[in-house]
Write a protein that binds this ligand. Sequence first.
Ligand SMILES: Cc1cc2nc3c(=O)[nH]c(=O)nc-3n(C[C@H](O)[C@H](O)[C@H](O)COP(=O)(O)OP(=O)(O)OC[C@H]3O[C@@H](n4cnc5c(N)ncnc54)[C@H](O)[C@@H]3O)c2cc1C
Length: 377
Amino acid sequence: MLLSHLLAAEGVESVIVEARSQDYVLARIRAGILEHSSVELLCSVGLGERIGRDGLEHRGIYLQSPGERHHIDFVDLVGRSVWVYGQTEVQKDLVSARTAAGQQILYGANDVSLHDVASDKPSVRFTDSDGSRQHLDADVVVGCDGSFGPSRDAIPDTVKRVWERVYPYSWLGVLAAVAPSTDELIYAWHPDGFAMHSMRSMQTSRLYLQVPNGTDVNQWSHQRIWAALAKRLGHTPGGWELTPGPITEASVLPMRSYVQAPMRYGRLFLAGDAAHIVPPTGAKGLNLAIADVALLAPALVALLRNNDPGPADDYSDVALRRVWRCTHFSWWMTSMLHVNGDPFDAQLQQAQLRWICTSRAAAAGLAENYAGLPLGQ
Ligand SMILES: Cc1cc2nc3c(=O)[nH]c(=O)nc-3n(C[C@H](O)[C@H](O)[C@H](O)COP(=O)(O)OP(=O)(O)OC[C@H]3O[C@@H](n4cnc5c(N)ncnc54)[C@H](O)[C@@H]3O)c2cc1C
């Protein structure tokens, strides 16, 4: 939807084919942190009003290991902040803006398939929400259909290459109707497993617990969740306490890294989760999807309006540089903070945390990656 917004600003028309209903898309709870350059981009294209009003600007994060909590100040270290503003809110802003502009958004599409993407006349076929079969001819098709959509599989196996890492743990994430017990996010290493205190607003907390893969969320009562969070997050000096509250949503999120290349095949371009997945520890998934389309929009404008194929030809290589940087950062944060039962690894993790908390150079590396590189890098 952001890509359509950017293209429309340059006079390039697009149609969005979405498998889910509008209600579903507007209610989905996912990412919550926007990088500095994501916010700059959204504001520059008229989508910043509610971010400025309802978003929470954070200078940094807290890193915690038992008995110690340190603030990593991104603004002081690298001159950039991040914003707490839910993906659901970004989605709402986009739906309002695109609906007001008359954007064609075809919700509830089934059996979506891509055809002739290697030719100059690619097409998309699907069954619309009324049950009629539809055929859409296009100049280009952009696969922004996440990790389960058909786009990534439309690139032949003989052309594509895939890298994948599945982690031996998941996150149990909860949304709670209670004011956050912290002013900025807490990332906590604990012998029982990683815990994180995030938020969506001054009234809503978002909290995560490391759990084994295959965990059934129904095995975790709300009381058990709060007790585990209090233990893992509360192990700190100064009498800090976690305030519990009503849990309104709980789910288990498996963690994996995945990269597929190239991100372009003929007239098919991939963006976001369709081409790459990161574990959420570095808060990169949504931001990387935004960075892809920020690069792709001008490339498509050059291709379709100015008959200049250069930026589109370069898209995959340029995008993959950032994808691999963020893939590394997300893996690095994940590996540093999640216990895996190996006592040697636990010592290495704590040594690394101590280094980041005591060395300005090490902290700056984390800050630069977390707050995000400028777009185009
Ligand atoms: C529970 C959860 C928590 C997350 N937390 C974070 C976080 O804290 N920080 C972070 O940065 N990232 C997080 N992410 C990841 C982040 O949400 C994604 O990286 C981001 O949404 C990617 O954007 P996208 O547009 O590529 O894909 P999506 O936002 O997934 O959009 C793809 C769209 O394609 C649609 N679609 C799927 N299949 C089809 C089809 N066959 N035909 C048509 N349409 C189709 C989907 O309905 C969806 O609307 C989280 C993800 C989940 C699931």
